[in-house]
Ligand binder design. Sequence first.
Ligand SMILES: Cc1ncc(COP(=O)(O)O)c(C=O)c1O
Length: 353
Amino acid sequence: MDFRAPDCVTRAMQTRLDHGVFGYETVPDGLMPALTGWLKRRHGWTVQTKHILRAPNVLNALSMALCGSTEQGDGVIVQPPVFFDFYDILRENDRKIVRNPLVLADGRYSFDFNGLERCARDPDVKVLLLCNPHNPMGRVWTESELRRLGQICARHKVLVISDEMHGDLALSGHRYVPFASLGSEFATNSVTCLSPAKSFNIAACCSAFTVVPDDTRRATFMAANSRLTVNKNNAFANVAMQAAYAGGDAWLESVLDYIEGNLDLVRDRLARLPQVDLIDPEGTFLLWLDFRALGLPPDELTAFLRQKAEWAVTSGQAFGPEGNGFARLNIGCTRARLSRALDQLETAITRHG
Ligand SMILES: Cc1ncc(COP(=O)(O)O)c(C=O)c1O
């Protein structure tokens, strides 16, 4: 997002900076209570501190979870179109990508449960990489969808590694359900990766954590973390995360209101452009736009958006071939900027004919 981080975060970081001593750091006493307090207060999820492992960032947490629970060549289910870095971490760790595409019907994406059952039945498949809420189209999976998905995975002994870093960003009318909050049988078959990075616009402060309720699995992960020595603390990441989780509620709510205002603006303006369809988001500041009616091949669509509309969007094909003809737009920006961008798109499309 383009927004400044909450004042409580910048003040806490300033105080830490003014302290002036930056030797090795321990975990501040207030950090874990702030974190578990946030999960309870915002999402009704009770997380035990001993189940939490720290990680430098979410992708690193996902990679460590994958390496700790699979071997090279093992199959990992992904549900495209999905966040492009999922593919990278699987390729770079030599895991087999098993694709179970989401189904798009009447402008809404959903899980393909039959496909999931087929993929999960393969004994080489060990993990499902879930994105909850789902990047790029902002589906906030419902409790019943997650239950059904979790039951299929449990039946076939497929571990659910869930990236929930957008969980704080559910829009009004939608509720983020942490997968592990569905009950102990779901929790023990899960690893959840979370972070304040997106919620508070502090991704460069690199701070993430993993909730691993199963004791044996957690012991394995802890041993792997200590072999890699990824257990040092960054002073600024710690204070930023603690301050955000302890006092960032009002800031987050105002940002969500603002994003909803931006979304209304996009809806209004796209109503005049039948060539572009908005997949209605339920969460996140990311919009998934369907440009298929323009009839442009994927590379030409990207070039058109970049050169004619001056839109620095992420091309849909980055999320898998299911994203061909789509693009992902970030609306975490000022309304004036968004309005200019929409003017540019309208002009480009009108000229395109
Ligand atoms: C779903 C999802 N997971 C992970 C990341 C990357 O997180 P980090 O920078 O903490 O590795 C992103 C960033 O866009 C994301 O959208």
